[in-house]
Design a protein around this ligand. Sequence first.
Ligand code: ARG
Length: 239
Amino acid sequence: MRLPAAVLALLVLTVIPAHGAPRIVGGVVVDDPDEAPWMVALTTSSGRQFCGGALLGSRWVVTAAHCVQGRTPGSITVVGGRLDLLTDGGSTSVAASYRLVDGYSAPSRGKDIAVLTLVEPMPYRSLPVAAPGVHMSGSVGTVYGWGRQAENDTNKSPLLHKAYIPIVPDEQCAATYAQFDARAMFCAGYPDGGIGSCIDDSGGPFVIDGRLAGIVSWGLGCARPNAPGVYTRVTTYLS
Ligand code: ARG
């Protein structure tokens, strides 16, 4: 049977979005479980996902300080080995404790990083930390998360998403955000916006060459033009 071109085009348009539609904001679904085995979701005891994180070891998870501050460790459930949060694949563990950097107060003041210790170890490969001298300017990284796919997204996808995002020069970020501190943070985004991290992506990893270089921290809205996302500069705090 031969279909007219217009019908074919319509089929393509309606079929592709199920798997290829923009996600995170403007990203794609991660469907290979081996791509990011170290990726974890932070959820409440009732299973609501509120942040991301990454395994640094079988009992250690790195996330953002603002994800955990004010929560008791036992109320944080870490989910690993599960791309689709509506399934019960992978494994879970509650946090036994967490450490913040001395003096942490708010994401825009820096130090937005926390390391959780898990009650149960997780059997997944961990994410190595970027070397202190890692070349960041001009690099493109990959950010992972279960966060919103638009600033006002009220119906989040349960699927893990990722997006490739270029790092923005520090001077440019400082011109955008008065609170920018290049020792504690870096920025990543597209001049025209459209692709970036968003609410509930916080704590998730920004990966350069297979290593942890950043943590989703803050920003003005999500994926807006000329308003890059701000990421914790991991090499300042971990090595
Ligand atoms: N602080 C937010 C978190 O929950 C996300 C920050 C990312 N925002 C951004 N514009 N890149 O969940």
